[in-house]
Ligand binder design. Structure first.
Ligand code: SIN
Length: 313
């Protein structure tokens, strides 16, 4: 724990470390590969931001230290349990999670769907490793703690580059810019800077939430297939024919073209999947499709939601 000055009644915030570039280090040697994600511990990251001690009493936990491309269901289960554990404690005002940028949007939406507490959960990340001259992690982490302190009922959000994004909307939209995250056509919920937090809108409520997390061995298999030139449905038929697939196929999310259109040949294979009891839902490879039951969800968020819906069924 990082002590605050004794006379100041500061809010208690839990900071959970997951890894990512925000905890990454670079060699500085141009002949070696660029950097390694998930090296430094969450306490190391916080020590680089002395002004945090004036903002909150921080309680830290290193839940994992991974490159978030390797995120999996077991770690999601553990993370959700640790978030719930911290938020159940009356003195904890909110939770901040340091995460890799690559799958942050999926983790954020999963937590939004299973979140049972009114307290805030703020995910943050960085595009530059902690050892870079222009590291963006410290400012993002400072901003994330400030949002957790100042927005008591905001739900699950992502704070990056001075913007506050809803878990439902946020997506990584650049492979290299520090301003890598976007909330698409809906835009961010608000912004945070040296003068404070400004919220322009509230996040939309999630129909059917909160969902229960599947038990460790019962995460239903939902795969993503893509519509594209020459999409003939062979991938779908292979999945259907794969007798030994464990866990078996329960759902398919289609990254459709345009507003969610599908090649006739792929559509035939998807019909076969439906007739075999596989749930099929269509999003768009272009971005969120507005309207309908899954209004505005991108392909990867729709997959997260379908997994939880199938686990509930
Ligand atoms: C990761 O997602 O863990 C690596 C990439 C990043 O954090 O930017």
């Amino acid at each position: 724990m990082h002590p605050a000055p004794a006379h100041t009644p500061l809010p208690d915030i839990a900071v959970l470390g997951l890894g990512g570039t925000i905890a990454g280090t670079a060699t500085g040697d141009p002949t070696l590969p660029g950097y390694t994600a998930g090296v430094l511990g969450v306490d190391d990251l916080l020590q680089r931001i002395p002004s945090l001690a004036r903002l909150a009493r921080l309680h830290t936990e290193q839940v994992a230290n991974i490159d978030s491309k390797d995120m999996g269901f077991a770690l999601w289960t553990r993370l959700a349990a640790r978030v719930a554990h911290w938020l159940e404690q009356p003195h904890i005002r909110g939770c901040v999670i340091t995460h890799g940028t690559d799958t942050l949007e999926e983790t954020a939406y999963l937590l939004q769907l299973v979140h049972r507490s009114p307290k805030p959960v703020v995910l943050t990340a960085a595009m530059r490793p902690a050892t870079a001259l222009d590291a963006d992690g410290p400012q993002n982490l400072l901003d994330a703690v400030r949002v957790a302190v100042q927005a008591p009922d905001i739900g699950v959000v992502c704070v990056m580059h001075g913007r506050v994004h809803a878990a439902r909307d946020v997506t990584k939209a650049s492979t290299h810019r520090v301003d890598a995250f976007s909330s698409g056509e809906r835009g961010p919920l608000g912004e945070i800077d040296g003068t404070g937090l400004r919220l322009w809108r509230q996040p939309v409520a999630e129909a059917g939430a909160p969902f229960a997390l599947p038990s460790a061995e019962a995460w239903p298999r939902v795969e993503v297939v893509r519509n594209q030139a020459g999409a003939d449905g062979a991938v779908v038929r292979c999945l259907l024919d794969c007798a030994g697939l464990q866990p078996p196929l329960r759902g398919l999310v289609v990254a459709g073209t345009g507003g969610g259109t599908v090649h006739d040949d792929l559509a035939t294979a998807l019909e076969q999947a439906r007739s075999m009891g596989v749930r099929v839902e269509v999003a768009s490879r272009v971005g969120p499709v507005h309207g309908g039951a899954y209004d505005g969800l991108n392909v990867d968020k729709l997959r997260v939601r379908l997994i939880l819906e199938l686990a509930r069924a």
